[in-house]
Design a protein around this ligand. Structure first.
Ligand code: KPL
Length: 296
């Protein structure tokens, strides 16, 4: 593949993970333009806890309404609550390639043309901070998958994206992360605690265990091959990130919309269709919504 035929991505979102993704796409020679209603450039700094020197990025921006040509490559890297408003009026090409790097499930349902290709991405990397400085706390594994075979540009991108791997079982990776997010994120947000507290406080640990058990039971109904037994993995994540503020706790602290609807809300929607009760998940959704918006 020649450099000329590498994708030019329209990026919906340039927050913590979006900025890191943009830097890897640029390193691999891809084009990147960020959707932004007012700015024509966003200056960003990525810092790295592993000692790499900081990285300055100048990301070109455009308002959505100024894009007349059909968009062939769209990267959805915004927080899930902003997905529909970011992309519903975009002129997506009928056969667009859409790369989704977000927590949770279902945020693109009903929003993409039938012939589009969706590449799902899941990351265990942690990036904190807030615009314009994004601190890469740990760059771990990122998986992409969905189509049967990786697109032609994938190998070149993987050479520039540390820890990027293609997965033939991307849905399982998504579900593993979903269960961890469902258990860790709302409880840490509601109680305003770091992830590790869920292992130390008995009531929180019990609630985390109940959320995971319900999620496993549901996912097993959706796919009998789902192995379940997610608790050990969720506890390992809480332990490995013990001092961290979960993304949902950070959202609540700064008064931003949370991803609860794409995480526990998605699980509850699936459960409703199957007539399953998920009381531990329903409780955190109700409590989180009360905490995030006490007037509601
Ligand atoms: O992904 C996370 C998040 O905060 O969204 C976890 C795994 C819970 C780490 O904090």
């Amino acid at each position: 593949m020649t450099a000329l035929s590498l994708p030019h991505w329209i990026l919906a979102g340039a927050g913590n993970i979006g900025t890191l993704a943009a830097s890897h796409l640029i390193d691999a020679g891809h084009g990147v333009t960020v959707l932004h209603e007012r700015l024509n450039r966003r200056d960003k700094t990525l810092t790295f806890a592993d000692g790499r020197p900081p990285r300055q990025l100048q990301l070109p921006c455009r308002p959505a309404a100024s894009i007349a040509q059909p968009i062939r490559y769209l990267a959805v890297v915004c927080k899930t609550p902003y997905t529909a408003s970011a992309i519903e009026h975009l002129p997506l090409a009928a056969d667009a390639t859409v790369l989704r790097l977000q927590n949770g499930m279902g945020s693109l349902d009903g929003l993409l043309p039938n012939r589009s290709t969706c590449i799902e991405a899941v990351t265990t990397s942690a990036v904190k901070g807030s615009d314009p400085v994004h601190d890469v706390v740990a760059e771990n594994q990122t998986w992409m998958g969905g189509p049967d075979t990786p697109p032609g540009w994938y190998a070149g991108l993987a050479a520039h994206w540390p820890g990027l791997a293609w997965s033939d079982a991307i849905r399982d990776r998504q579900w593993q992360k979903l269960v961890a997010n469902a258990a860790i994120n709302p409880l840490t947000a509601i109680h305003d605690v770091a992830n590790g507290r869920l292992l130390e406080v008995r009531d929180l640990r019990e609630r985390m265990t109940a959320i995971v058990a319900e999620a496993d039971a549901l996912l097993q109904r959706l796919d009998p091959l789902w192995p379940g037994d997610s608790l050990a993995n969720v506890e390992a994540i809480a332990r490995a990130t013990a001092g961290n503020t979960s993304s949902m706790r950070a959202d609540v602290q700064r008064g931003a919309a949370t991803e609860i609807d794409a995480i526990n809300g998605w699980l509850l929607d699936q459960a409703r269709h199957l007539g399953l009760a998920m009381p531990a998940n329903a409780r955190v959704v109700a409590e989180l919504k009360r905490r995030a918006d006490p007037q509601a």
